[in-house]
Write a protein that binds this ligand. Structure first.
Ligand code: IP8
Length: 250
C-alpha cells in the first residue's frame, strides 16, 4: 500500500485564502491514476483553507481556550477543501471516500497516540480510495489540537510500503542542493538549508518538525519528497522510475 500526501502547498495557493489549485490537483490525480499502483491512500493537508483559521483562532497553541466558533470554522473549511478534491476524483472515475483526520485519531499534548487504521483498510478492501485530511481534533491534554496530514501519514506508515510527500519543492536542500538521500546525521536543518515547505503560514510546525516526522515515518516504510509542480515526477516516483526527489532515511 502506498501513502500519497498531497501537501497544502501544491493543492492551494498559500498566499490567497481558499484558493484551490484545480488544474494542478487534476494533473496530480491523473498521474496517480495512470501509474501502475493499485492500492493507495491519499492524505491532504490544509494549505490556505486550514492554516489561516487555525492560526487566527489559536487552535494549536495549547494555551488559548478553544473557541467553539474557531473549531467549527476550521473543520468546515477543511471539509470544503476536501470536497474540492473528492469532486475532481469523482469526475474522473476515481471512486473515493472522505476520512476526516479528527474523527479517526486521538491526541495527547499535540502528539498522535491512536489512529483507526481499520477504517482505511476496510475501504481499501471495498476498492475505494480513502482520502484522509488534516483536521481539528480533540486533545486529552490541550482540549483541541490540529491533526496534520503528516500525523495521518505517520499513523498509517506501519501498514504502508511507501510514503510520498508531494510538495512545491524538489526535496530537502542542504547548502542549496537537493539531497538525494537525507540521513539522520543531516538533521536538524540549519538556517541556510531550504526544506520541504516554504509555507508562509503553517501552524503545524516548521520544517525541522516535518523532517523529524518524516524520519519517523521512514522507520516504517520508504519515504520520499517530490515536487508536484513539475509534471510526471509523482507518476515516476510511484512507478519506481528515476526522478529528482529526496529519499528520507533514519
Ligand atoms: O497542512 C493541517 O494539515 P497539514 C490541517 O498537513 C489544518 O499540516 C486544519 C490546519
Amino acid at each position: 500500500m502506498i501513502l500519497i500526501k498531497l501537501g497544502g502547498s501544491v493543492l492551494t495557493n498559500k498566499e490567497k485564502s481558499y484558493s484551490f489549485r484545480t488544474r494542478i490537483a487534476k494533473r496530480l490525480l491523473k498521474e496517480i491514476d495512470k501509474s501502475s499502483i493499485d492500492k493507495f491512500i491519499i492524505i491532504h493537508g490544509g494549505g490556505s483553507f486550514g492554516h489561516p483559521g487555525a492560526k487566527k483562532y489559536n487552535l494549536n497553541d495549547g494555551e488559548t481556550e478553544p473557541s467553539p466558533e474557531g473549531l467549527s470554522k476550521v473543520q468546515l473549511d477543511m471539509r470544503r477543501m476536501n470536497n474540492h478534491l473528492l469532486e475532481l476524483m469523482h469526475n474522473q472515475g476515481m471512486w473515493a471516500v472522505s476520512i476526516p483526520g479528527g474523527l479517526v485519531t486521538s491526541f495527547e499534548n499535540g502528539e498522535l497516540n491512536k489512529i483507526n487504521k481499520q477504517i482505511f483498510k476496510n475501504y481499501l478492501a471495498l476498492e475505494v480510495i480513502p482520502v484522509g485530511f488534516g483536521d481539528v481534533t480533540i486533545d486529552t491534554e490541550k482540549g483541541v489540537t490540529i491533526c496534520s496530514g503528516d500525523d495521518l501519514v505517520l499513523g498509517l506508515s506501519s501498514i504502508a510500503d511507501k510514503a510520498v510527500f508531494v510538495t512545491n519543492v524538489d526535496g530537502i536542500y542542504k547548502e542549496r542542493e537537493v539531497v538525494k538521500i537525507f540521513e539522520k546525521e543531516m538533521y536538524p536543518l540549519e538556517e541556510n538549508d531550504f526544506s520541504v515547505t516554504s509555507d508562509a503560514i503553517d501552524v503545524t510546525g516548521g520544517m525541522n518538525k516535518k523532517v523529524e516526522k518524516m524520519m519517523r515515518i521512514s522507520q516504517n516504510c520508504d519515504t520520499y519528497i517530490v515536487n508536484g509542480e513539475e509534471t510526471e515526477r509523482l507518476r515516476k516516483i510511484l512507478d519506481n522510475e528515476e526522478v529528482i526527489c529526496t529519499e528520507v532515511r533514519s
